[in-house]
Design a binder for this molecule. Sequence first.
Ligand code: SAM
Length: 227
Amino acid sequence: MNTDKQQQEIWNEIGAREDWQLFIKGDMTRGWLEEERYRESGKKDAEEIFNRLKEGGVDLYGKRVLEIGCGGGRMTSEFKKLGVKMEGIDISKSLIGKLKKNNRKIQTYIGYNLKSIPNNYYDAILSFMTFQHCNKESVIRYFKQGLDKLKDGGYFVFQLPVKGETSEITTPFVDYTRGYIDETHLFDGIKLRHWDFSELEELKEGYKELFGFTAFIDASVFVFQKE
Ligand SMILES: C[S@@+](CC[C@H](N)C(=O)[O-])C[C@H]1O[C@@H](n2cnc3c(N)ncnc32)[C@H](O)[C@@H]1O
């Protein structure tokens, strides 16, 4: 996988492109994602996650939440509309610039770790369509640092593509990823890494696993709680 520095260069270049939305949630067959469809996808995805979490007993309304890999704020701004007090961190300065353009007041951070972020501060940390692009060490670091940033009992809600056939969590995504290679090259430079369920165990230190579900783009979403 890419190093964090390589990753930063790639995502900075993407954020500077005219067709940047394509790299966030694009329709690969159509080659371009219009502004309106990009916005609609964020609304749909945020509402789905918000409602699924609520059904599982995790209500984000009025809660202070950090989104890792917030990018251009596709979902961040929609969670905010649902009454969540959103903040975001992303590796890409140019993508954070897109978020800021429409959401000046959302607190943001640029980087690939949580060092400069307040401790014991968040009710939840969210991350979607991001850890699949990160190297393993970087994801593990986010989980370890997340323990300091979350309040007691806080939630870590994340999407991670997982390969393999056996799991306590039954999800169609297991079928979807069966046969995938470790690194799928989507575009020049962008790599996608699928995790083994056994590797998932390494993220659990300090957390208990609450539940999981399949959400947008047939992806597995996992909910951990700080112990
Ligand atoms: C496919 S985009 C998804 C963006 C956003 N989560 C969404 O759903 O619209 C992947 C995002 O991950 C960010 N990213 C990649 N590696 C990262 C890292 N190590 N730490 C934080 N963000 C990262 C990219 O800059 C990009 O914004």
